[in-house]
Design a protein around this ligand. Sequence first.
Ligand code: TMP
Length: 208
Amino acid sequence: MFITLEGPEGSGKTSHIPYLVEYLRERGYTVFPTREPGGTSIGEQIRDVLHSLKNTEMHPRAETLLYQAARAQFVEQVVRPRLTLGEIVLSDRYADSTLAYQGYGHQQDLEQVRLLIRYATGSLVPDLTVLLDIDVQVGLQRKQKADEWNRMDAYTVEFHQRVRAGYLEMVKQEPGRWIVVDAGQTWADVQAALRNKILACLPPAQTQ
Ligand code: TMP
């Protein structure tokens, strides 16, 4: 099963994943946590280019293509092999981030972006996607405080508002694949909601 976590900046995905993985492993599941952009040596190098605050001149189309290059490597080197082994791949972001950020955020043609994603992924779509939804201002403040500011965070608040609206639109368009968790709750409540909602979607673990 391929599960992805998505959300606007500061939604807290990254801090929740290790605890979620531990919880699922305790229940007998084999889980492989990973992240995008990254997850491979080539992907991590591309991540550095994408996130560097020095690269302010990057054009949205160049940005879109770099995310797809990292993703193509990620799908073939990490995701497909792990899925073939029967593992649960749990990824911190995937292709929906491209639709949200490069599609809705940069207001590029969504159909063209979808075609690029299909090419990069060989049409691999997650089985389940969790949106950690957060108010944009609250999320950006969290990131600034955590000292994790990167080139993407530095886009305008309006850009990030379009990203969040894009996510909510995607949930509406494909409700069967998405679960929404309110990331404005306490950390413990968000973690509990993630555990319960994801567990409810999983088949029984083989050791149970
Ligand atoms: P993160 O570590 O905060 O998740 O950083 C990833 C950043 O990259 C975040 O700002 C979202 C952005 N991103 C895109 O714009 N498009 C993509 O396809 C992916 C995977 C991430």
